[in-house]
Design a protein around this ligand. Structure first.
Ligand code: ASP
Length: 439
């Protein structure tokens, strides 16, 4: 039998009704053996996630304030779920222990992690699965980075003899035994790690949307769901802000060639988005998705006969390196070179940076233009389809928008376009319209 690892996000486990949907999904396929759970999320838009309630408790305790009321609300969330599910089960002992630890100034990560810990206990009980604490299977180095070697060894051994288990997401142990969490949304990472540890055939990530969208729905009305996307394409789109998962969740499964399927707990019949190592499936829309961000600046350097000067680029980029500035793109002309950087990375050192480039590269002129938005047109389908760039640029020109920069990635699966921030939305809509049709 194949093994599937299924991770459910906070909104999928926010109350008893959601727990029931989750149980139905898990029980529908016996391959769904290892379940990674988040803490209860929002039940309605201005509800508060349990993780945030726990961070609040921690803050109160560190200011030596009373946590009675704040902690009672957390208990009520869990007790409500237990009662509504009709479980003969109590977390009172756990509540007492956690409460005491908070009052005795337990670490922030320990406090935050209890959201997943308690929720996973309830889910395990409801499903009749074994509760396996992430504390005994997921490890960090003392510098806080993830310890893959120790984790995969321990986790594989831990789950080897457990047929069906619930594992809390978001945290693991430090070498000194204290609890450490991943960054926010980190249960996605736990899911990926578990999938890798048990050699899962697939990592299903269940959330509240039916997959990744081809464009940001705040900018494009009703964008299409991406049926299949490669890890590489996902990285390109995620970098530009299109995310459905924690960024770090890609790596453990990508290395082991395990596909990820983004699914919707509230609409389980939807196939969602498959994230795969490689795909030969034709992309009918040519592009897989389009995403972008504002807040970039372009540094333009001019120098006569730049084209014949060996090492010019190194001098310019060396200055950026000295200032700790990471660059995004470097489009060049014959005697000009531009370096695109994020505006926030140079705000405090603009003048000094210009001065140093002048000096080190012996430039004729150095100027910085802000207010640029970058749009990434991403798709493996572009390699085999001629005229992709033409289609995108024509659509942008038809809206009377000036393109400030163009860069095509060497793998031919992305084209980056720089436009004025004011033109950002219209340009993105034009590109989407050109490939998918006007929304
Ligand atoms: N509960 C944690 C958070 O809210 C982790 C997660 O849900 O993935 O960030």
């Amino acid at each position: 039998m194949q093994t599937k690892v299924v991770k459910f996000g906070g909104s999928s486990l926010a109350d008893a009704a959601q727990f029931r949907k989750v149980a139905a999904i898990i029980k529908a396929e016996p391959e769904r053996r290892y379940v990674v759970a988040s803490a209860p999320g929002k039940r309605f838009s201005d509800d508060i996630k349990v993780t945030d309630m726990l961070y609040d408790c921690f803050d109160l305790a560190s200011k030596k304030e009373n946590i009675d009321e704040a902690f009672a609300k957390i208990e009520a969330r869990y007790n409500g779920i237990i009662a509504d599910l009709g479980l003969d089960f109590s977390l009172d002992k756990e509540f007492r222990k956690i409460r005491m630890a908070i009052e005795h100034h337990a670490g922030q990560d320990y406090v935050a992690s209890r959201g997943e810990y308690l929720n996973s206990m309830i889910l395990a009980k409801f499903l009749g699965f074994t509760f396996v604490d992430a504390e005994s299977g997921i490890f960090f180095h003392s510098n806080g980075t993830f310890d893959d070697k120790q984790t995969y060894k321990a986790l594989s051994a831990l789950l080897e003899d457990v047929e069906y288990a619930v594992i809390p997401g978001f945290y693991g142990s430090m070498p000194n035994g204290t609890i450490k969490t991943f960054s926010r949304g980190g249960s996605d990472v736990t899911g990926a790690i578990v999938a890798r540890a048990v050699h899962a055939s697939i990592y299903e990530n269940w959330t509240d949307v039916s997959g990744m969208l081809m464009a940001d729905p705040r900018l494009v009305e009703n964008p299409k769901v991406i049926e299949e996307i490669t890890y590489r394409e996902l990285r390109e789109l995620a970098y530009m802000g299109a995310t459905v998962m924690h960024e770090e969740a890609i790596f453990p499964v990508r290395e082991a060639c395990i596909p990820i399927n983004i699914r919707n707990t509230n609409s389980p019949a939807d196939p969602g988005t498959m994230i795969v190592p490689k795909s030969d499936r034709p992309v009918p829309t040519v592009i897989t998705g389009v995403a972008g961000r504002k807040g970039f600046s372009s540094i333009t350097i001019e120098k006569d006969r730049m084209n014949t000067e060996v090492g010019f680029g190194r001098k310019v980029l060396g200055v950026l390196e000295d200032f700790g500035v990471s660059f995004e793109h470097t489009p060049t002309g014959i005697d000009t070179m531009s370096v695109v950087v994020s505006t926030s990375s140079i705000t405090d050192c603009k003048e000094a940076l210009i001065g140093r480039i002048f000096r080190d590269a012996n430039a004729d002129s150095v100027t910085i233009d802000d207010n640029m938005a970058l749009i990434a047109i991403v798709g493996r389908g572009m390699v085999s389809n001629k005229g992709t760039a033409g289609r995108a640029f024509t659509a942008i020109a038809n809206r009377n928008i000036n393109i400030r920069m163009i860069d095509q990635g060497s793998g031919e699966n992305n084209i980056i376009v720089g436009v004025d921030e004011d033109d950002y939305t219209a340009a993105l809509q034009a590109i989407y319209g050109a490939f998918v049709g006007e929304a």
